[in-house]
Design a protein around this ligand. Structure first.
Ligand SMILES: NC(=O)c1ccc[n+]([C@@H]2O[C@H](COP(=O)([O-])OP(=O)(O)OC[C@H]3O[C@@H](n4cnc5c(N)ncnc54)[C@H](OP(=O)(O)O)[C@@H]3O)[C@@H](O)[C@H]2O)c1
Length: 324
């Protein structure tokens, strides 16, 4: 496993991170979830990503149980706050009250004294930037969190957070967690260049487009049983969306041929492609089986030659011709 710095900051995270949305404490039963975390860490993954809202706190509970038998110092533990955890007016968002309360609740569920990276799951337009930055700085000074980051923030919002931190002499955000993969390259335009200049690293989510970029979904065929797309409990963000259209699935078949030429799996090609950019500190994958972890972990350290990246760009540019 190779490790990268989180932007300009000293913290080192594994190129492959392990996330828990929909899986740990959710669709994957507890024992298998804990076994997968232990397996991931034994293979060099140090970056574990979760959120208070995943499975209504159960993902954090599961990660908390798993890390009890691991050396805490070996783990970079990341979680998030923003989405509603109750029905009350203060049970969501990024107010000082909600962030403090959820930080303490996450620490309890995770059974740990500190969070390595505490992330704002989304931007909250109702909260003055001074309130948020001061809150995160106070949590850092209190030793509850070591670093803080954001997720799915625009370039302008990231810039505002860093400038506010500078003016308050407070800790700035060190990372952004955006959606990024071969099929969604939006952050290449403004977010990455701005974050780069301000010293933030990118820890990107859904680098396999929820499994589509493994090549296991075929055009004109229903999703294979046992996959996320076939599971009505977890396919709400896939089915009836463009990512599962035949046009995209044909494109993925063409990309799989490149992976075949290189003698690597499609998943490894997709992850190595994200990691071609030095600004990507880690790709946060999900997995429902240990064998998927093993496949994905092998992407760390694969360097794609420029001509391969050019062939990939060509495929992604061309509209796929669907003849099914
Ligand atoms: N910040 C945010 O707003 C946000 C949003 C989404 C996710 N995230 C984070 O990012 C993490 C990853 O997201 P994701 O789960 O969408 O990532 P992903 O890696 O794109 O997709 C993961 C899913 O793809 C399938 N898969 C993975 N590796 C495979 C392999 N080698 N071969 C075949 N199938 C494979 C598995 O699903 P099946 O086996 O069920 O098919 C797995 O659960 C989350 O756990 C979470 O921590 C953050």
């Amino acid at each position: 496993m190779h490790y990268r710095k989180l932007g300009k900051w000293a913290l080192k995270v594994s190129e492959i991170g392990f996330g828990s949305w929909l899986t740990l404490g959710g669709s994957v039963e507890e024992k298998s979830s804990i076994d997968m975390i232990h397996h991931a860490v034994s293979k060099g993954i140090n970056f574990l990503d979760t959120a208070n809202v995943y499975a209504h706190g159960q993902a954090e509970v599961c990660v908390g149980k798993a890390i009890q038998s691991l050396k805490r110092d070996d783990i970079v533990l990341a979680t998030k706050v923003f989405f509603p955890m109750g029905d009350g007016p203060n049970d969501k968002g990024l107010s000082r009250k909600h962030v403090f309360e959820q930080c303490h609740a996450s620490l309890k569920r995770l059974q740990t004294d500190y969070i390595d990276l505490y992330q704002c799951h989304r931007f909250d337009p109702e909260v003055p930037m001074e309130e948020l930055v001061r809150t995160m700085d106070d949590l850092c000074r209190a030793g509850k969190i070591l670093y803080w980051g954001v997720s799915e923030w625009s370039a302008q919002q990231i810039e505002s957070a860093v400038n506010t931190a500078i003016s308050l002499n407070a800790a700035p955000p060190v990372s952004n967690q955006p959606f990024y993969n071969m099929l969604n390259r939006e952050i290449e335009g403004h977010v990455i260049p701005t974050a780069h200049n301000l010293g933030l690293g990118q820890v990107v989510f859904s680098p396999l487009a929820q499994g589509v970029l493994t090549g296991k979904y075929k055009p004109g065929q229903p999703p294979p049983p046992g996959t996320r797309a076939a599971d009505p409990r977890s396919n709400a963000f896939m089915m009836n969306r463009r990512v599962m259209s035949d046009e995209i699935l044909v494109q993925v078949e063409r990309l799989s041929a490149i992976a075949g030429d290189l003698g690597i799996s499609m998943a490894q090609l997709a992850l190595a492609w994200c990691l071609r950019l030095p600004d990507i500190s880690s790709v946060i994958i999900g997995a429902t089986k240990t064998s998927q972890l093993d496949d994905n972990i092998k992407a760390s350290g694969i360097k794609l030659p420029q001509d391969i990246c050019d062939r990939i760009d060509q495929i992604l540019k061309e509209p796929a011709s669907v003849s099914i």
